[in-house]
Design a protein around this ligand. Structure first.
Ligand code: NAD
Length: 486
């Protein structure tokens, strides 16, 4: 058994315990062992972190983009040299298999390296008002809060912190209570990378205390959040009731995948299976509702189930395992409640773990489950489950497929499989979704196009090219100049 980790908060480049020495316990979802005592940030700590960020802001924002890029590049280098330890920390806290963790690290490295060099925000100039040279300036907000979920902590930390810092802001990050260890690890590198005190502050703790305090804080001028739609709503209310801070939301999903009868069924099954079951179904953009054309239903389900049965469940810290446990007991129990509901409501159930014997499977592992013919108004069809549970329903016509796909409050990632290009474009246009895969599905995305959702899936759009916009205010400056008429 490894030693129990004791984490701290990073405030003003000092690693400190919570002001009241409060901690909470973190258990491995695989072994059930205590892995860490995590500092629980108090209101006092939130205020101290925000004050440190505010004090650091004038000097940090006065640097050139290239000067701000120097420590960001060092942060990228440390992610690469410490990638194995980062993978281990996420595996023991929330169960992500180390064999799949490389994507998280390379994503983070790209964010830090890109924003280290590409942060040259610009406004506009205008000679369109007679007698004036007018211009708009893009300027940082000051203190930006970043609140992240647990399913891919390094991705969310980096995709928000890198552009916010590059734009000249100072940040206070709050990690998720379910996966605080990689954020804590990164916080230990901040001073070593050369960030001045207060530029990055990292808090751990629960949403109701430190998260809520950041959302309500009068000195926080912008807040970037990835997490559930429910929490997004609470943050929007807190922002509205305090200082109307700018909020950026990347929220939940219930993504539809439409499989037409001319599709490559094996490819569609392989990719949708990966989409819903990778990270044990704990991905915002997972293809959780699959609609297949009636004539190919049996063939598709056979292929999907065969692929899902080949998942390697086991200890997430071992290579060769691609399916870890659910992140914790609560997540496990939530998913099990939906499975129980599905067994009552679905036309049929395929439990890919039925009859399986595997000593490596822990109490929080869930084998992929396929429900077919689920009522469209069931909670199973409407709510985000966040587990390896897929619904496979059918459609007869293109219009029916589109109507069923769009009958949701979410709109993060839709996909469709067909060899008919005209149909692909026609359907793609009608689907209500921020991202859309044609003959592919999530996790396929790209770094330089907007990532984000329609409807209840969010308000933000993040990408290498767009993210910095979220962290910049705009100022229009009107300069009267005699002698320059229209
Ligand atoms: P969550 O909403 O429960 O928690 C996210 C973060 O918010 C955590 O750090 C939590 O402590 C904090 N929080 C909780 N209550 C708060 C409050 N009242 N005020 C401020 N902060 C609060 O979500 P989760 O369970 O950590 O993550 C899973 C959810 O995130 C899923 O819904 C998933 O779809 C979504 N997600 C979305 C994206 C995306 O890019 N759209 C990506 C990953 C995850």
């Amino acid at each position: 058994m490894t030693d129990v980790i004791e984490t701290q908060l990073l405030i003003n480049n000092k690693l400190v315990p919570a002001s009241d020495n409060g901690t909470f316990e973190l258990f491995s979802p695989h072994t059930g062992n205590l892995v860490a005592k995590v500092a629980e940030a108090t209101l006092f700590d939130v205020n101290a972190a925000v004050d440190a960020a505010q004090a650091a802001f004038p000097a940090w924002s006065a640097l050139s983009p290239l000067q701000r890029g120097v420590p960001l590049k060092k942060l990228a280098e440390l992610h690469i040299s410490e990638k194995d330890e980062l993978a281990r920390l996420d595996a023991i806290s929330m169960g992500k298999p180390i064999s799949t963790h490389g994507t998280d690290v390379s994503y983070a490295v790209t964010q830090y390296n890109y924003f280290a060099e590409a942060a040259y925000p610009q406004g506009h100039t205008s000679l369109n008002t007679p007698g004036f040279l007018n211009m708009s300036l893009r300027q940082p907000f000051g203190v930006v809060a970043v609140i992240i979920p647990w399913n891919a902590p390094l991705i969310f930390f980096s995709k928000k912190v890198a552009p916010a810092l590059a734009a000249g802001n100072c940040v206070v990050v709050k990690s998720s209570e379910k996966a605080p260890l990689t954020s804590w690890k990164v916080s230990q590198w901040i001073e070593k990378c050369g960030f001045p005190p207060g530029v990055i502050n990292v808090l751990s703790g629960h949403g109701q205390t430190s998260g809520q305090a950041l959302a309500e804080h009068m000195k926080v001028r912008a807040l970037s959040f990835t997490g559930s739609t429910r929490t997004g709503r609470a943050i929007a209310i807190a922002a509205a009731k305090s200082n109307l801070k700018k909020v950026v939301f990347e929220l939940g999903g219930k993504s539809p995948s439409l499989i037409f009868d001319d599709a490559d069924i094996e490819q569609a099954a392989k990719e949708t299976e990966l989409s819903i079951n990778s990270n044990s179904g704990q991905a915002c953009f997972a293809s959780s509702r699959i609609y297949v054309q009636e004539s190919i239903k049996d063939k598709f389900i056979e292929a999907f189930a065969r692929i899902a049965k080949a998942r390697k469940l086991g200890d997430p810290t071992c290579l060769g395992i691609n399916h870890g446990p659910q992140a914790d007991k609560t997540q496990y129990e939530t998913v099990q409640k939906y499975i129980a509901l599905g067994k009552e409501e679905a036309g049929s159930t395929i439990d890919t773990g039925a009859g399986a014997t595997n000593n490596e499977v822990s109490p929080h592992h869930i084998h992929p489950v396929i429900f077919t013919d689920v009522p469209e108004d069931s909670r199973l069809t409407k709510e985000e489950i966040f587990g390896p549970v897929v619904i496979v329903n059918t459609f007869a016509t293109e219009a029916e497929a589109i109507a069923k796909a769009n009958d949701t409050e979410f709109g993060l990632y839709a996909s469709l499989y067909t060899k008919d290009l005209e149909r692909a474009i026609r359907v793609a246009k009608k689907l209500e979704s921020g991202m859309l895969g044609v003959n592919c599905t999530s996790p396929t995305t790209c770094l330089d196009l907007p990532f984000g959702g329609w409807k209840g899936s969010g308000t933000g759009r993040e990408s290498l090219l767009e993210s910095m916009e979220h962290y910049l205010e705009v100022k229009s400056v009107y300069v009267r100049v005699s002698g320059i008429g229209g």
